[in-house]
Design a protein around this ligand. Structure first.
Ligand SMILES: *[C@@H]1O[C@H](CO)[C@@H](O)[C@H](O)[C@H]1NC(C)=O
Length: 173
């Protein structure tokens, strides 16, 4: 199961596209996690689509400055929890295998970077009829990059809207 999910994530990860972060109005809000400051800063992040849709694919792009290298064995984790602190999505992947699908290779050097990653917004919660009628709800996301010894290199969190259906498909007919 884990391997299957990783394959989906890998096949969805796409190469770096610079213009994504240039429109500042669309950017996703965030603050650094408690326990910071962490060595590798994140300047901007864009999670799309907005709202995220359960059962659909999504992606996030972020940039910043690395003050320490990313070594083989580092991980990237993405977590979404709802207002009741229930986990909606939790992923943890080998960062270096992901960057190898672009033309980069670990160790990733110190300096400015930009990174895009695909996500599958699956959920073990059934999308019951009453959920389908609800407006998107605001959840909390957290993005954590850890080194091979599990020391946190980057950690941010912020609000993200989550929907059970595409808003557009909800107002027809
Ligand atoms: C991140 O992207 C923004 C918007 O394009 C840009 O202004 C900023 O300089 C970038 N930061 C880094 C560290 O590359």
């Amino acid at each position: 199961m884990k391997f299957y999910i990783l394959c989906i994530l890998l096949s969805l990860s796409i190469t770096t596209v610079s213009p994504l972060l240039s429109d500042e109005t669309d950017q996703t809000k965030f603050t650094e996690c408690e326990g910071g400051p962490y060595p590798n800063t994140i300047t901007n992040i864009l999670i799309s689509p907005n709202p995220l849709v359960i059962g659909q694919s999504a992606s996030y792009t972020f940039n910043g400055t690395r003050n320490v290298e990313i070594l083989k064995g580092s991980t990237i984790g993405f977590l979404i929890i709802d207002e009741n602190y229930e986990t909606i999505l939790e992923t943890k992947d080998d960062f270096c295998s992901i960057v190898e699908t672009t033309n980069e290779k670990c160790p990733l050097p110190i300096g400015d970077y930009e990174f895009t990653y695909g996500l599958n917004i699956y959920s073990n919660k059934e999308s019951s009829p009453e959920n389908l009628d609800k407006p998107p709800k605001t959840c909390l996301y957290q993005l954590i990059i850890r080194d091979p010894k599990d020391i946190i290199l980057s950690c941010i969190q912020g609000p993200v809207d989550l929907s059970y259906v595409f808003t557009a498909s909800n107002n027809g007919f």
